[in-house]
Design a protein around this ligand. Structure first.
Ligand code: ADP
Length: 278
């Protein structure tokens, strides 16, 4: 391979830049000098063992966590700078959590429109029209009047995605969006995310869904022990990881990650971890 691989959006400044980011929780070093960037229009997947700092990094990306060192730059704005208005900045960053965090007393439609009504002060009719269009986009317009408890986990997560999209964010952050779901509803959430990616949404996705990362990501960042182990296009990370610990991590998940292919550069998965469907 020659030179640096071309990345989506590399011709303009990154939308998100992490520079030597350090985060501690008491004695635990959750991020130990993390450095990478996300370009506009890219899907960047963060993978790596549990506890390696991926979710913490995502929370630092929208100022939900204060960092102890380094800089987080979003659209040229330093989130670490005390003068930055984080409330304003966060409106341009959509966040989707593992546990949906919908308002239980509100219908799906109200969950989607609540930010538009309270933060944007959008008139109800206009907010409802946008909310219904977004529910349509995630395939749930028929469920607009249902409450979260009446929806499956996958449906709740799709409502949460519609809610995040309502504010027309410049970037969407996904924190293990399918890890709390029943296996049969994981696919519907991943396909909504894939469609968003195809539309050009900038996305940062913490995921254990390696098939998704391999197929959908433009760029993969591998975390281990509070640091970035390596980063690169998915084909390189999954088929020719440079760092031994990346190979170990992937092979634990059933990825065959060495050169033992048919010469076509396509990695062969062995013993894929099948989802139990019965
Ligand atoms: P990952 O997302 O890769 O599983 P996390 O970012 O959740 O990793 O966690 C990184 C480290 O920080 C872990 O050791 C975890 O226990 C610790 N940690 C994360 N959040 C907190 C918190 N709110 N308080 C204390 N420790 C935390």
């Amino acid at each position: 391979m020659s030179g640096h691989p071309t990345r989506v959006g590399e011709h303009e400044p990154p939308i998100l830049l992490f520079e030597a980011v350090v985060k501690r929780y008491g004695n635990v070093l959750a991020l130990d000098g993390v450095h990478f960037h996300v370009n506009r229009g890219e899907v960047v997947c963060l993978i790596g063992p549990s506890g390696s700092g991926k979710s913490t990094l995502l929370r630092c990306a929208n100022g939900l966590e204060a960092v102890d060192g380094g800089r987080v730059i979003f659209e040229g704005i330093d989130l670490v700078d005390r003068r930055t208005n984080l409330v304003q900045v966060r409106q341009r960053i959509g966040m989707v959590f593992q546990h949906f965090e919908l308002f239980p007393h509100m219908t799906a439609l109200r969950n989607v429109t609540s930010g538009l009504r309270t933060v944007r002060r959008m008139p109800r009719l206009e907010a409802d029209a946008r909310g219904l269009a977004l529910l349509q986009k995630v395939g749930l317009v028929a469920k607009a009047g249902q409450h979260p408890a009446e929806l499956s986990g996958g449906q709740q997560q799709r409502v949460a995605i519609a809610r995040a999209l309502a504010m027309e964010p410049d970037v969407m952050l996904f924190d293990e969006p399918t890890s709390a779901l029943d296996p049969e509803t994981i696919g519907e959430v991943l396909s909504v995310m894939k469609r968003l990616a195809d539309e050009g949404m900038t996305m940062v996705v913490v995921t254990h869904e390696m098939d998704f990362a391999r197929r959908v990501a433009d760029w993969v960042v591998v975390f281990d022990r509070a640091r970035v182990l390596e980063e690169g296009p998915p084909a390189r990370i999954f088929e020719q990881p440079v760092v031994a610990r990346t190979r170990e991590f992937l092979s634990h998940l059933g990825w065959h990650a060495d050169a033992d292919d048919a010469g076509d550069g396509v990695a062969r998965r062995f013993a894929p971890r099948e989802r139990e469907t019965s």
